[in-house]
Design a protein around this ligand. Structure first.
Ligand code: 8Y4
Length: 268
């Protein structure tokens, strides 16, 4: 899963490609399209497009603003490219509009907990990614604490998957995600990475989003632009732990990790 970021206050400017600051943060279609083409050429199966920043302290985005950021990119991508578009949103209206535009997946960091989100997602018939985030982004990094982080995340994801199935989202359309960096310390994140097989055991495909996050910075001491090798190492560990989808800014390098892992899996 390649990341196409449209938020003006993105963590990682290298991925802030949908953005034209000179145009008052209106999405720059050309830039986003070039980025998307490169990611597809490098082997991406799907592209994640998001209009709401989850950075702590990020300004809240109105529904209209989110629609204005995301929809033109979704439409432009689907018009020109043979791609599955994942829309990073928690907003029911955005889910409905994205489905109408032809998007294939809802990537919701709030796991369909906003009022109306379960119903809206179910009505679209799209695949959904349910991610663990224990609190809203503004406060999620205020002393995260768990007795057993793996048990807490597994319990949460099991509950959200059940809620989705109860709302008539087919189990075959559900993906789960521990939410690396969301309401977790560095050690929580690495414990989750080590124990990923326990989450894979829940029976849903697992998505891992680790690319260039602060856990990689903590491990390597490197700033964002120096985190590629650490991110690819972590992606390889996630694959070994059973991850089915890797969310990444760096598709070519991540595809190499997938190629290596895939041959390790193969029996003669
Ligand atoms: C550097 C690069 C520093 C990226 C921080 C970040 C996930 C996600 C995000 C994830 C799913 C991010 C939308 C945060 N992370 N969706 N979204 N899983 N499903 N931070 O891990 O990339 S945004």
């Amino acid at each position: 899963m390649g990341i196409i970021n449209l938020t003006p206050d993105s963590f990682y400017d290298g991925a802030t490609l949908g953005l034209d600051t000179s145009a008052g943060f209106r999405p720059n279609l050309d830039k986003a399209l070039r980025q998307a083409e490169n990611m597809l050429a490098a082997g991406a199966s799907l592209l994640d497009v998001g209009g709401e920043s989850t950075r702590p302290g990020a300004a809240p985005v109105s529904v209209q603003e989110e629609l204005d950021r995301v929809l033109p990119i979704v439409e432009a991508l689907l018009e020109r490219l043979d791609v599955i578009v994942s829309v990073d949103t928690s907003t029911p209206q955005v889910m409905t509009a994205a489905a109408a535009a032809g998007a294939g997946m809802i990537n919701d960091v709030r796991a369909l907990r906003r009022p109306g989100a379960l119903e809206a997602a179910a009505a679209t018939g799209m695949a959904v990614c349910l991610m663990h985030m224990p609190a809203e982004p503004a406060v999620m990094q205020d002393r995260p604490e768990y007795d057993d982080v793996v048990a807490a995340v597994a319990g949460f994801l099991r509950e959200r998957a059940s809620a989705a199935v109860a709302a008539d989202i087919a189990a075959e359309r559900i993906v789960i995600d521990p939410g690396f960096g969301f309401g977790k310390t560095v050690q929580h994140n690495f414990t989750l990475l080590r124990e990923l097989p326990r989450l894979a055991g829940l029976g849903y495909p697992l998505l891992a989003g680790i690319s260039r996050k602060s856990m990689i910075g903590a491990a390597t001491g490197r700033a964002l632009e120096g985190r590629l090798a650490g991110s690819v190492a972590a992606a390889t560990l996630a694959l070994q732990g059973g991850a089915a989808i890797i969310r990444s800014h760096d598709v070519a390098a991540t595809m190499d990790a997938i190629a290596v892992h895939s041959l390790v899996q193969q029996d003669p």
